[in-house]
Design a protein around this ligand. Structure first.
Ligand code: GDD
Ligand code: MG
Length: 365
């Protein structure tokens, strides 16, 4: 396993997480106050994977470098899609061919997935079968949003269908976005063009009997939709022990589970939680109510504000007595004036100043 490498696909565009994804790629969204990519590096290191190749676009590369994420000893290289020419989910793998080399099977990971996968086990399963490609599979209720696999003897995948229309999926076993490929896969991938592994390559490999599945039932989530992002934070809040607590908190009520990063301040009579994650250096005033929400770093939430089931970006200013309804997404650097009410399901683009009530679901651009 010494030279095992991983390619992390991180150059996609996250439309459903807008406006928060306008200012950060999905792989940098914080999960329990740690960028998703940091969770991935941690897991790679745990399984002795020595090198990660980040398949990015120019903008994503800059944002990842700016974050200075701990890499836990994993060597990081970048493989960039050409300017204004995203290569899809397949092109970046072919582009990383030389960096990956031909010695050993390698991992490919979707960079927007939280997956409690044992990389050592999936690599071993791949080698035992002498497969060309092995896909980690997990079970979900609604497979129509994902790639669906139909298995036959010996965990061979006989059919792979990307995002089948609702109700037509042959199974609820889905592509978890974690693969092991043998270097021979490069022969099946076209050079210098955009293509989809899931639509153009996997169905053909399945027909030829070269595609295998590896089932796992650990924690898994694609963070692509706001409700999924809130849900994975919620699930981890209940499963991770020793969550950091804020220091110097006077007379406020914490309804567990709550996670607070370094430098968080909370005023008197505020009630925080349950299921709430507060980012670094966020300052919360007195008599504030926050539940079921994720607040990114360096935000200010003034006295008597109330927030429920919402994601709030970085360096947001929320005035006194502001009420934010459920299902809202507030972009980075937004300012909301004192006593403004925001209805349910409102999205506000970065750096907007909101001075009046927003009475119905809308996106303020
Ligand atoms: N470099 C690069 N360039 N990366 C890309 C590009 C691109 O043009 N397009 C997408 N990616 C990256 C994304 O950043 C993401 O990490 C990964 O490839 C998958 O792309 P998504 O756009 O998130 O796909 P999806 O969520 O609709 O479906 C995929 O993931 C599902 C699991 O969540 C498929 O692999 C499905 O089969 C799978 O079930
Ligand atoms: Mg995705």
């Amino acid at each position: 396993m010494k030279t095992l490498k991983a390619v992390i696909l991180a150059g996609g565009f996250a439309t459903r997480l807008r406006p928060l994804s306008c200012t950060r790629p999905k792989t940098l969204f914080p999960i329990l106050n740690k960028p998703l990519l940091q969770w991935i590096f941690e897991r790679l290191a745990k399984h002795k994977i020595t090198e990660a190749i980040l398949a990015v676009n120019h903008q994503t590369e800059i944002m990842i470098k700016n974050q200075k994420i701990p890499n836990y000893g994993v060597k990081i290289k970048y493989s960039r899609d050409p300017p204004r020419k995203p290569l899809g989910t397949g092109g970046p793998i072919k582009k990383a061919e030389k960096l990956v080399g031909y010695k050993e099977p390698f991992l490919v990971l979707n960079g927007d997935i939280f997956a409690d996968v044992d990389y050592t086990e999936i690599v071993n399963a791949h080698k035992e079968k002498d497969a060309l490609a092995t896909i980690a599979l997990c079970r979900v209720k609604d497979p129509s949003r994902y790639g669906v696999a139909e298995l036959t003897e010996n965990n061979r995948i006989k059919r792979f269908i990307e995002k089948p229309p609702r109700g037509t999926a042959p199974t609820n076993l889905i592509n978890a976005g974690v693969y092991v490929f043998s270097p021979k896969i490069f022969e099946s991938l076209p050079r210098g063009k955009a293509f989809s592994m899931e639509r153009e390559i996997f169905p053909k490999l399945a027909e030829k009997g070269e595609l295998y599945g590896w089932l796992f039932d650990g924690l898994w989530s694609d963070i692509g939709k706001p409700e999924d992002f809130l849900e994975i934070n919620k699930v981890l809040l209940t499963s991770v022990s020793n969550l950091p607590k804020p220091r110097n908190v006077k007379k406020c009520k914490m309804e567990e589970p709550v996670a607070c990063d370094e430098g968080v301040k909370i005023g008197e009579n505020s009630t925080i939680g349950p299921y709430t994650v507060i980012g670094r250096e966020t300052v919360i005033g007195k008599n504030v109510r926050i539940k079921d929400s994720v607040i990114f770093p360096e935000t200010v939430i003034s006295d008597f504000a109330s927030i429920e089931n919402t994601i709030i970006g970085e360096k947001v200013f929320i005035g006194k007595g502001v009420k934010i309804g459920k299902g809202c997404i507030i972009g980075d650097h937004v300012k909301i004036k004192d006593h403004v009410s925001i209805a349910n399901n409102v999205s506000i683009c970065p750096a907007k100043e909101i001075t009046e009530n927003v009475l119905e679901p809308t996106c303020i651009i």
